[in-house]
Write a protein that binds this ligand. Structure first.
Ligand SMILES: *Cc1c(COP(=O)(O)O)cnc(C)c1O
Length: 825
């Protein structure tokens, strides 16, 4: 055993790059049990991965120690989703070890890119929300903020999408089948989490009444840590992801009765809590297992937070001085009644002392205004699964509503509007209302979105709690989305302005003057060309389709959702097709239109749109008149590692949601940062991107959010556009007629129906003409490669604002009250 005196001694053996090769061989041999002389690719990847992890581990231990020593306030980022993608290259870049790693693996006969491809994406999220959480983890670490991510270690992440006969098919994503080198399992550290049972009143010695939650069943939460390093320094933090474990290896009673198999079944059943990620995006399904997942991870997390806090030996009233908890959407909002329960039932605080502690600890980020995505849970379900929490939610509501009466706000219909409980045939808990009432700050994720929250969705709360609602515009990490995804562009930027941009993205402004430098533009063009060739090879490999890297790459990659309007893009593609067919000799700007994205498995309309994209692709790509002019394709299984291949190759970024519905978007930021020009509506962060890059360097079209609401209120009539726009009419008629589904002419009828007979909720027809015009301007500009490139450079140069470092600094200053740790010795 080491004595305390030795504790401060540098046990840090820096594990330098010199020994990397030896360490890889050692891990191949002793961790993997393989012959280091000729490891297969997987063994080589694992050997490298473990050698890299070793180098982070010691830094992590020292980071933790510094946090304890300085009594730093910490932020806990609670999210049901994280979408980190692959880790290997991220770790190597953070450690500044890419070149060493390349040399070391070459010595055993592999190249680094090949080993990179061995790694399965960690797909523990659906899309933007999960990816945002991962970008924020990266920035927290980079900025040396004491903080942790908390979530669930799903055995099955977001499904693997394949395309069969043009349709999406889902396959399960068994991402840990071969084990992951990155998880650090805390098998000895288990936290009990209770479900079901009932509430009991108890009277203590002093005659006061308290409550206890008794009975029910217990599931254990096992901690699994994944490291998150800062860039180029010694700061390393972690995400702690919980896995469900049965509370007893055998149910003794059942075992004694001879039902051995039944006992094991019960064990397996309780472990399903963490087995699968819910694959819907922007829709809440309200299933019991989902609520169980939410409470499971919240209960384990709060127990972990309080355990750590208690080591400080301070009064609970000081909790908000040491702990900030950020709720990533309402998915973890059950944390609010859980903290109340812990403080009152376990720690003996009164409601009056516990409630202000809660309010000062929590903050909530809203990510959507879509009604179908706003979570509500039946009172019956919460009451059965979490009886004590249901009592507490009712009490929070009673007290909240009673504060409104004295200030004269009950006169109108305010109470039912703001109540945490929605009345109706079935009472439901509105999780957003719970999160707003229980938090000190609520933020939207882009300026427009936060304005809509204040003026419409949460208007009443903005009046009741002035100043509580605020904005933090989303951001993306430049480490992954420029340095890692686009090494050629990163190198060109390094050579031109130095490497400072990677931790201070505003420095990209120094590129601005070079937009007018013909030589620099030439180099910029070659980088884009190289990336487009790389993507073309990938497309050929994945779907067997050849594409020409000299054509305009127009790209819409994101979850498939009607509000994102992939269908509007398809309507434009069909219009282009008709124009080519009408006059095959006319000159056109050749385009490659690329789609990718997953549809929620039960979202039939979205799946039909994927089928339509593939049908339009099949028809146009096989038409000799179209050769060299138009190519359309759908890349299966959009995920982070695929995004890293696509983003650097984009010429035109399609961000065409119905104004007012895309909260922020982050795909828009990734592409513009990599020199794409955007065609987009005045929605989400597009507006702020326009403000930064300049109106003249972006293609904006379509209705504004205000115009969308006005039009809807004044009776929107899609037929008037159909009747007055001959080209639009031809497009819709050709779909209805079955031009793209000759063997099943009615196949796409539901698509046209949604536009003409079901009211065109997302107003595609209203924006069609403006979109086509904007696309014409795009084509024209693309003919002038010098001017296009000038604007491309200006886009990259002016994207500094959209670093997630800026977002996280705003959270830290304005919401968490957090300071960076002093540099680690
Ligand atoms: C960035 C990203 C998203 C979000 O894209 P949006 O265009 O903002 O919807 C979704 N999925 C993946 C894999 C991403 O990398």
């Amino acid at each position: 055993m080491k004595t305390d005196g030795q504790h401060d001694k540098p046990e840090e053996c820096p594990l330098s790059a010199d020994t990397l090769e030896e360490d890889i061989a050692r891990h191949i041999r002793f961790t993997m049990g393989r012959d280091p002389a000729k490891p297969n690719r997987h063994a080589a990847f694992m050997g490298l991965a473990f050698a890299v992890r070793d180098r982070l581990m010691d830094r992590w231990i020292r980071t933790q120690r510094t946090q304890y020593d300085t009594l730093a306030k910490r932020v806990y980022f609670l999210s049901l989703e994280f979408l980190p993608g692959r880790f290997l290259m991220n770790y190597l870049i953070s450690l500044k070890m890419v070149d060493e790693a390349r040399r070391a693996v070459e010595a055993i006969g592999y190249d680094l890119e090949e080993l990179e491809e061995e790694e399965w994406d960690a797909g523990l999220g659906n899309g933007g929300l999960g990816r945002l959480a991962s970008c924020y983890m990266d920035s927290l670490a980079c900025l040396d903020f004491p903080g942790y991510g908390y979530g669930i270690f799903y055995d099955y992440g977001i499904f693997h999408q394949i395309v069969q006969d043009g349709w999406q098919r889902e396959q399960c994503d068994n991402w840990v089948r071969r084990g992951t080198p990155w998880e650090i399992r805390r098998g000895e550290y288990l936290i009990p989490v209770q479900f079901y049972g009932r509430t009991e009143a108890v009277t203590d010695a002093a005659g006061r009444t308290g409550y206890r939650w008794v009975g029910g069943e217990v599931v254990m939460a096992m901690a699994c840590d994944i490291l998150v390093p800062g860039y180029g320094d010694d700061f390393v933090t972690n995400m702690r992801l919980w896995r469900a474990q049965s509370s007893r290896e055998f149910d003794l009673e059942e075992f004694n009765q001879g039902d051995y198999i039944g006992a094991v079944e019960a064990k397996v059943q309780s472990e399903t809590i963490s087995s699968v990620l819910y694959p819907s995006d922007e829709v809440e399904q309200g299933r019991e297992l989902r609520l169980k997942q939410q409470y499971f991870f919240v209960a384990a997390t709060l127990s972990d937070i309080l355990r750590r806090y208690k080591k400080l030996d301070r009064d609970f009233s000081e909790l908000p001085d040491f702990v900030a908890i950020q709720l990533n959407d309402t998915h973890p909002a059950i944390a609010i009644p859980e903290l109340m329960r812990l403080l009152m039932d376990e720690e003996g605080l009164t409601w009056e002392t516990a409630w202000p502690i809660c309010e000062k600890t929590f903050a909530y980020t809203n990510h959507t205004v879509l009604p179908e995505a706003l979570e509500t849970w039946p009172v019956d379900l919460i009451g059965r699964l979490l009886p004590r929490h249901m009592d507490i939610i009712f009490e929070i509501n009673r007290r909240f509503l009673s504060t409104l009466a004295p200030i004269g706000k009950t006169a109108d219909a305010l109470l039912p509007r703001v109540s945490l409980i929605a009345e109706g045939s079935q009472q439901r808990v509105r999780m957003a209302h719970l999160a707003i009432v229980g938090s000190h700050t609520v933020n939207g994720v882009a300026a427009l979105h936060s304005k809509i929250l204040k003026e419409s969705l949460f208007k009443d709360f903005d009046t009741l709690f002035p100043g509580r609602l605020t904005n933090v515009t989303n951001g993306i990490t430049p480490r992954r989305w420029l340095a890692q995804a686009n090494p050629s562009l990163a190198q060109l930027i390094d050579d031109t302005i130095g490497p400072g941009w990677i931790t201070d993205l505003k420095r990209l402004r120094e590129l601005e003057p070079l937009a007018d430098d013909a030589d620099f533009r030439h180099r910029w063009i070659s980088v884009k060309k190289k990336n487009k060739k790389r993507l073309s090879r990938y497309i050929l490999r994945k779907i067997g389709l050849g594409v020409d890297p000299d054509t305009l790459f127009s790209v819409q990659v994101k979850r498939i959702h009607e509000y994102k309007r992939q269908l509007l893009n398809v309507l434009h593609v069909i219009a282009l097709y008709h124009r080519i067919k009408a006059d095959p000799a006319a000159p056109v700007v050749p385009r490659t239109v690329i789609f990718a994205g997953k549809a929620a498995p039960a979202y039939h309309q979205a799946k039909r749109i994927i089928k339509l994209i593939n049908s339009v692709a099949a028809k146009t790509n096989n038409d000799p008149d179209v050769q060299g002019k138009l190519r359309v394709l759908f890349l299966p299984n959009y995920c982070v590692s695929q995004a890293e291949k696509i983003v650097p190759a984009v010429d035109l970024s399609e961000q065409i949601s119905t104004a007012g519905l895309e909260a922020s978007g982050t795909g828009n930021m990734k592409m513009s940062l990599n020199g794409a020009l955007t065609i987009g509506t005045l929605d989400g962060a597009n507006i702020e991107i326009m403000e930064e890059v300049g109106k003249e360097n972006i293609f904006i079209f379509g209705l504004t959010a205000r115009q969308v609401t006005d039009l809807r209120n004044n009776g929107y009539n899609p037929w008037s556009y159909y009747e007055n726009d001959a080209e639009l009419r031809r497009v819709l008629d050709s779909i209805s007629r079955g031009d793209f589904s000759p063997t099943d002419p009615g196949l796409f009828a539901p698509v046209v129906e949604s536009l003409l007979h079901k009211g065109d909720y997302y107003m595609l027809l209203a924006d069609f003409r403006a979109y086509v015009k904007a696309q014409e301007a795009v084509g024209e500009l693309f003919l002038d490669q010098q001017e296009w490139t000038r604007r491309s450079i200006l886009n990259t140069a002016r994207m500094g604002k959209f670093s997630s470092d800026r977002s996280v600094m705003e959270y830290a200053e304005n919401i968490w009250g957090l300071k960076p740790l002093p540099k680690i010795e």
